[in-house]
Design a protein around this ligand. Structure first.
Ligand code: GUN
Length: 294
């Protein structure tokens, strides 16, 4: 029988744990997070709203900074300087994607590493490579590993195939699965858009992580019987029957693949809520590390 991995429930458990942790802090000493959104990309509007709501629920102070698409890179960097210097802000998140005239690499590297709760800066990616416990790890791949841990899926010695090589998911996911210890110790293959005979690779996976942003790319013929399948894709598909005009689908053809799997995540309700939960976990960690230093 295929088991559905319930990301909503696991994320709710993490949020409850963090809420208790924040409530136990001395009065007036609250973690603070700043969300930076440039423009009005509908997916970004929705993601940032979810992150803000979750912060509020936990007792994390959140600040939302909105800028127009026309903001220059220099202006955005100087806004980040202010947030980097503000002692009441422990975490900074610049929602991607940014407009074409702004370099995401430059912007992500401008966030002070100790406030980089997205884990996208070269400093934190380097720390992840070094298996530094103080590294901030990108929230979506951290959420994937946490989902597997909390669902009792062993990674030690398993073949994990990650489909996708993005900075936000694929690359840090591969590094996490390679780490020594619980949630790691896997043999990792990273496939991507230029991989030949993708199915021949994905069929070798004990654990298949699809993070390439192509709706329904992974079909049943590409999955081995009894595999664990983690669908990171969140793709908007036009659907006139929905009030919003779209529905969300993953990178996995769920109907075809689910019957073959030991465990699978749905979309929505799988990895998505975990990204938010791990961002909150990183913010509480940033606050705790800052207090230790003070
Ligand atoms: N855009 C899509 N996913 C993410 C994420 O995890 N963090 C940020 N900052 N932007 C994103």
């Amino acid at each position: 029988m295929t088991q559905l991995i319930d990301g909503n429930q696991i994320a709710a458990d993490i949020i409850a744990e963090l809420t208790r942790e924040v409530a136990a802090l001395p009065a007036g000493d609250r973690p603070g997070v700043a969300f930076v959104r440039v423009g009005n990309d509908p997916a970004s509007v929705s993601y940032v709203a979810k992150k803000q709501k979750s912060a509020e629920q936990i007792g994390i102070k959140s600040t939302l900074l909105l800028f127009p698409e026309t903001i220059t890179q220099a202006e955005l960097l100087s806004e980040l300087d202010k947030l980097n210097a503000d002692p009441s802000i422990h975490g900074i998140l610049v929602q991607a994607p940014l407009p074409k005239h702004v370099s995401e690499t430059v912007v992500f590297n401008h966030v002070k590493p100790s406030k980089d709760v997205d884990g996208f800066s070269s400093a934190n990616l380097g720390r992840l490579c070094q298996e530094d416990p103080n590294a901030f790890v990108a929230c979506t791949p951290a959420g994937v590993v946490e989902l597997l841990k909390r669902s009792g899926v062993e990674t030690d010695g398993k073949h994990v195939v990650v489909v996708g090589r993005s900075l936000i998911v694929g690359k840090p996911a591969a590094l996490l699965f390679l780490q020594k210890g619980l949630g790691g110790n896997a043999t990792v293959t990273v496939a991507h858009s230029r991989t030949r005979d993708l199915g021949a690779i994905t069929r070798q996976a004990d654990i298949l992580v699809a993070a390439i942003g192509k709706p329904g790319l992974i079909t049943s013929l590409m999955v081995r019987d009894g595999a664990v399948v983690i669908d990171v894709g969140i793709n908007r598909i036009a659907d006139a029957s929905k009030k919003t005009g779209f529905r969300l689908v993953g990178d996995v053809d769920f109907e075809g693949v689910a019957p073959k799997c030991a465990k699978i995540t749905p979309v929505p309700g799988g990895v998505g809520p975990m990204t938010v939960a791990m961002l909150m976990k990183n913010t509480v960690k940033a606050h705790s590390l800052a207090r230790r230093k003070a």
